[in-house]
Design a binder for this molecule. Structure first.
Ligand code: CA
Length: 224
């Protein structure tokens, strides 16, 4: 597996590099945001480890910029441990978040989990699913409403696809967090609400995703 490590602190970078190489990964290291964006655009990486506090750019902007053109999984590395940053990390397109200091074993386990989740989805049915006016193409990760393509972020797509696994059924918030974000979420589920709000807006109908008070959400698109 080919990993891009974006980290400006030489001692952290050296430790992570060492650990990842020992674990059998191929690692390219850059120490600033501009190089990170250029590297991500020029070479195919399987995964990006991204420090948030970079000398030239905010890591959030680096993450957003890479996300605009690439689906490469991104794990944020940060010393900031406040909840707001965790929520933000998921909202600006990161796949996971690690708070420094972390152990190499944990990092390697997370890398493998994120990579497995994003590279193969064996239980996802192929082909296009039609739910009323919505059509969901899981293979191409595309969504159309009444024949018009709707541009979703990867997480918005995953959320819609997850709810569409069983239209009409109520999915619990914590299950949505663990299935769509692959995280054991002991804190807030605000990020689910934020994505539901964005999804409703993009789909163009507020009623299609119904909030079930105290429980979670369900897809209520009429199939007639
Ligand atoms: Ca840093």
């Amino acid at each position: 597996m080919n990993i891009l490590l974006v980290e400006d602190d030489p001692s952290v970078a050296a430790g992570v590099l060492d650990g990842l190489v020992n674990a059998g990964f191929k690692v390219t290291h850059v120490d600033n945001g501009k190089q990170a964006i250029a590297s991500a655009a020029s070479a195919p990486f399987d995964l990006i480890l991204l420090d948030l506090g970079l000398p030239d750019m905010d890591g959030q902007d680096v993450c957003r910029t890479i996300r605009q053109s690439h689906q490469t999984p991104i794990i944020i590395l940060s010393a900031r441990s406040e909840e707001i940053d965790r929520v933000l990390a998921l909202e600006f397109g990161a796949d996971d978040y690690m708070v420094k200091p972390f152990g190499m074993r944990e990092l390697v386990a997370r890398i493998k989990a994120v990579y497995r989740r994003t590279s193969s989805q064996p239980d996802t049915p192929a082909g296009t699913q039609e739910i009323g006016p919505i059509s969901i193409d899981r293979r191409q990760q595309k969504v159309h409403v009444n024949g018009q393509e709707v541009y979703l972020t990867p997480k918005e797509f995953d959320l819609l696809a997850y709810l569409a696994n069983d239209p009409g059924a109520v999915f619990r918030r914590n299950d949505i967090m663990s299935e769509v974000w692959d995280t054991n979420w002991y804190g807030t589920t605000k990020t689910v609400d934020a994505h539901v709000a964005a999804l409703r807006k993009k789909l163009g109908n507020q009623d299609w995703i119904e909030a079930v008070r105290g429980v979670g959400f369900r897809l209520t698109v009429s199939t007639s």
